[in-house]
Design a protein around this ligand. Structure first.
Ligand code: DX5
Ligand code: ZN
Length: 220
């Protein structure tokens, strides 16, 4: 049995008021806070890193669902663990050789390992990581090209979600990019249980209503 996790993407929040924004989301019913770590190399955008996670951790005990869009995830494991990250999701495209060591290190640093895949990456590439002897505990299916909030959901990615759900009934499957009231039905029907939503939550007049709607759609 998988549980629903609604994870507002803090990329769409007011970074200058991150602690207050985090508290606001938790108070409105968020299960996780999705933190987009970008290095300006794996993706053409630069965001935040471990120092910001460390600062935020002093203000919240929420689950910090960290999505590492970086070329060398191994280089960040230790500092992210010390900073207080809860989940550490790296991209399969940059971990083809060393994923077993990476997953081991993520776990020993006290974080929950996850693997993400870009829209152009076939879903089969993550199967070994789910089935390994030290498996990842979540697969993040990108439903936009990583790098920016506010892009359009790619419905064709639901084939990947369906394939994963069919193979792994209890796996946490996260979708990220363009999720909101108009796209949640497709993601929920395909079997996603962890829902990242940035612009649809932060851009809404009543973000709490969007969080509730997302949850209801996944759970019905
Ligand atoms: C994109 C990030 C997403 C992004 C989602 O590279 O991984 O987490 O913040 O934003 P929305 O929900 O606006 O597409
Ligand atoms: Zn993300």
């Amino acid at each position: 049995v998988v549980s629903t996790k609604i994870a507002p993407s803090m990329l769409s929040s007011d970074f200058a008021n991150l602690a207050a924004e985090a508290k606001r989301m938790v108070d409105l019913g968020a299960d996780w806070l999705h933190m987009d770590i970008m290095d300006g190399h794996f993706v053409p955008n630069l965001t935040i890193g471990a120092p910001v996670i460390e600062s935020l951790r002093k203000h919240t005990n929420a689950y910090l669902d960290c999505h590492l869009m970086v070329t060398n995830p191994m280089d960040y494991v230790e500092q992210m663990g010390k900073a207080g990250a809860s989940g550490f999701t790296f991209h399969v495209e940059v971990a083809k050789e060393n994923w077993q060591e990476l997953v081991r290190k993520v776990k020993s640093a006290g974080m929950r390992p996850g693997v993400a895949l870009k829209p152009g990456t076939p879903v089969e590439e993550v199967y070994p990581l789910v089935e390994g002897e030290t498996p990842v505990e979540m697969v993040l299916v990108m439903t936009v090209e990583p790098g920016f909030g506010g892009q359009k959901f790619m419905p064709s990615m639901m084939d990947k979600v369906r394939a994963l759900r069919q193979k792994y009934p209890t796996l946490d499957i996260e979708v990220d990019g363009g999720l909101g009231p108009s796209t949640i039905e497709a993601a929920a029907a395909a079997g996603a249980n962890c829902i990242v939503a940035g612009s649809s939550v932060f851009g809404a007049p009543e973000p709490g209503e969007v969080i509730s709607l997302l949850r209801t759609s996944v759970e019905k």
